[in-house]
Design a binder for this molecule. Structure first.
Ligand code: NAD
Length: 248
């Protein structure tokens, strides 16, 4: 039986990587999927790839007006939402002394503010018994070189989730954090690591992971499906999907 038949799921940053793999899996499990992303052409391609009646809504999750437009469009088309996955995120590695105000504000605008105001705006649309998933990062709890600002921007999500889990308890909305370790997605090309240094960077990462390799987006999608459809007693917590990297 399909696990998400009749459910409406919004996935921010659903046009690539972990978000896209999750959108595709949720759609195969019967959900009406709504993805967001910043670039209309990439969003259109993702909607075609995901199929199953999925739709794309283009905009910046760091902008409150976009979240309101997203809520309005989803309310008009589908009436309510069952799953909100606040997944959009950015990273740019740099040493703290090199971080500019723009770098700092970009990380916190998308990774932190975008999650907070996304949930604030979409939560009223979430049906009783629905669920919220915020994509964090292993970097929020494990020290990794040049990740300081990114780590700070992601660390807030576990605190948000714990508070929301209690705030929304009367509507039985569960709120959890999905925490990936390194996963082979386009974000790895945006870290600020040069093409020439990438093989060394990738093998350094793989060596830190007991699994001996990076994760695949589909493996994170399976974990998101667990939180959305199976984990009915899992609330206010963090699911680490990192191949054991937190242990090293
Ligand atoms: P990705 O680059 O493929 O996906 C990021 C998505 O976020 C893209 O769809 C992009 O369009 C979207 N996005 C970025 N800024 C946005 C904005 N302002 N408004 C709307 N959408 C925006 O990378 P990914 O690895 O799939 O990342 C998904 C999430 O997983 C991110 O939150 C990332 O921080 C987190 N994460 C990834 C890894 C990894 O190694 N890939 C590890 C830990 C955490």
């Amino acid at each position: 039986m399909s696990l998400l038949q009749g459910k409406v799921a919004i996935i921010t940053g659903g046009n690539s990587g972990i978000g896209k793999a999750t959108a595709a899996l949720f759609a195969r499990e019967g959900a009406q999927v709504v993805i967001t992303g910043r670039r209309q052409d990439v969003l259109d391609t993702a909607v075609r790839d995901i199929g199953n009646g999925s739709i794309g809504i283009c905009g910046d999750v760091g902008v409150l007006a976009f979240n309101k437009r997203l809520a309005d469009e989803v309310r008009d088309r589908f009436g309510a939402v069952d799953i909100y996955m606040a997944n959009a995120g950015v990273i740019n590695l740099s040493r703290s002394e090199e971080v500019t105000e723009e770098d700092y504000d970009k990380h916190f605008s998308i990774n932190t503010r975008g999650v907070f105001f996304g949930v604030q705006t979409i939560a009223p649309l979430i049906r009783e018994g629905g669920t919220i998933i915020a994509t964090s990062s292993l970097a929020a709890t494990k020290v990794l070189q040049q990740h300081t600002v990114y780590a700070g921007s992601k660390a807030a999500l576990a605190a948000f989730a714990r508070n929301w889990a209690l705030e929304f308890k009367d509507r039985r909305i569960r709120v959890n954090v999905l925490t990936p370790g390194p996963v082979e997605t386009e974000i790895l090309g945006k870290l600020g690591v040069s093409e020439a240094d990438r093989p060394a960077f990738d093998s350094h990462m793989a060596n830190l992971i007991p699994a001996g390799r990076m994760g695949r987006p589909e493996e994170l999608a399976e974990a998101a499906l667990f939180l959305a459809a199976k984990g009915s007693f899992v609330n206010g917590t963090e699911l680490m999907v990192d191949g054991g990297m937190s242990l090293s």
